[in-house]
Design a protein around this ligand. Structure first.
Ligand SMILES: [Fe+2]
Length: 425
């Protein structure tokens, strides 16, 4: 039996099945585990999560009533997932305390984690550059050297995912290839954590990210950085990099299976139009699908010689529209893992409102504009109001994606169009 409880009602012995809200806000590397120490308890109670889901059957709590649905603070998950369901009352904690100093510390480039994240990024970039150089010289790739780097990236993400992921998006032209590998490693580990994968698998995904583009050593630098279109020959050369990389990794020792898979398959597409195998749908593994999403997301949110970077919101909106490229359900999970959503998505705000993602803020492109239009307390529509939401803001912030079906909007497509076309107050 799964029940949803508030963080302050968590107790030692409870088996945590998952967390509500953005992955960024939950304080643990894994989603499934038993609460065993007071330190874990403190981290949960001090976190920004809205609620956690407890598996009663796997919990060992002295007072079983504390995880019972009869407890006023717990609600069975089935009530939330099944249809038809009563309208959910939001769990109200009030805005978390926020001082100017705390706000500053949470911005990209500031905060206690940023210095450590910068060090992890720099070390990883250097190691990837050395690995590429070795590969260019025909030396075997020493995959085991990537393991401590993946571990450091994972630890940084565990402490504060936003710090490293925001920092690694900023790339200079000459370091793009190496930093792209570090970024894909971070996104893969972040994603794996959100999907509830085991720690060793997540570590392998980090190594996979660091190694996935090693085949680019077989492609001339000026082709990789060429603005504008490529000739057929140049295109063939670029398209050869997954196979070239896979061959390099096959001839090296200690390369995780996940890294071989991601290296070979990160340019495949769900409709079979990708390369090198033209594999489609079910033939593509979870790791291949994750790799395709993380690779493109980082590429389009980075400045390139031939195009300006897209904002995270723009990127996810565009990627959602590329029919046949990505696994759509997995792309949704990826957006959830970042706490960033495509235009048109229904989201719940920390203000107790529902809103629709409208796009990125023009001046500070990192901000997302959400048009709030529904009050979850009164269960009534309110005058549409645009709320610019900074990624570091505590309030208002996006709590998570929400379900139009759950809130029983009679015709969600029509409601969405009407709200998006409305003049905000
Ligand atoms: Fe690639």
């Amino acid at each position: 039996m799964l029940v949803r409880i508030r963080p302050e009602d968590a107790e030692i012995g409870m088996f945590v099945h998952g967390f509500d809200g953005s992955w960024f806000d939950h304080p643990f590397w894994r989603r499934n585990f038993r609460l065993e120490t007071s330190e874990q308890l403190l981290r949960i109670r001090n976190s920004a999560i809205e609620a956690l889901v407890i598996d009663r059957s796997r919990s060992v709590v002295a007072d079983a009533a504390s995880v019972s649905q009869d407890n006023g603070n717990a609600s069975p998950v089935a009530l939330i997932e099944d249809e038809p369901a009563p309208r959910r009352q939001p769990i109200s904690f009030g805005p978390p305390p926020s001082t100017e100093r705390e706000e500053l510390r949470r911005r990209p480039g500031y905060g206690p984690e940023c210095r450590r994240a910068k060090r992890a990024i720099e070390r990883s970039k250097q190691a990837v550059a050395t690995m590429f150089e070795d590969a260019r010289l025909g030396r075997a790739v020493e995959a085991r050297r990537m393991v401590p780097l993946a571990r450091a990236i994972g630890q940084s993400i565990e402490r504060d995912a936003r710090a490293l992921i925001n920092l690694v998006r900023l790339k200079e032209k000459d370091e793009y290839t190496y930093l792209h590998s570090v970024a894909v490693a971070a996104l893969m580990m972040n994603f794996g954590r959100h999907l509830g994968l085991e720690d060793p698998v997540i570590e392998d995904l980090g190594v996979a990210g660091l190694l996935h583009d090693v085949g680019k050593v077989a492609v001339a630098e000026d082709i990789l950085n060429k603005p504008g279109g490529l000739s057929d020959g140049e295109m063939r050369s670029v398209r050869g990099h997954p196979l070239a990389g896979h061959r390099l990794l096959e001839n090296s020792s200690g390369v995780p299976e996940a890294a071989l898979e991601v290296c070979l398959r990160h340019h495949e597409k769900m409709d079979g139009a990708g390369y090198p195998g033209g594999l489609r749908g079910e033939a593509l593994s979870l790791f291949a699908r994750m790799g395709a999403i993380c690779d493109v997301y980082d590429a389009v949110t980075s400045d390139r010689p031939y195009k300006r970077r897209w904002t995270p919101c723009e990127a996810l909106t565009e990627m959602q529209g590329w029919d046949g490229h990505f696994d759509p359900a997995l792309l949704d999970r990826f957006a959830d893992s970042l706490g960033i959503y495509p235009v048109g998505t229904l989201v719940r705000l920390s203000t107790g409102e529902l809103g629709i993602v409208m796009g990125s803020d023009g001046d500070a492109y990192e901000n997302v504009v959400v048009r709030a239009f529904f009050d979850c307390e009164t269960l009534m529509e309110c005058e549409p109001r645009d709320r610019p939401i900074a990624p570091s803001a505590e309030n208002p912030r996006i709590v998570g994606r929400d379900s139009p079906t759950f809130w029983r909007f009679p015709d969600w497509d029509a409601t969405r169009l009407r709200v998006m076309a409305a003049k905000p107050a």
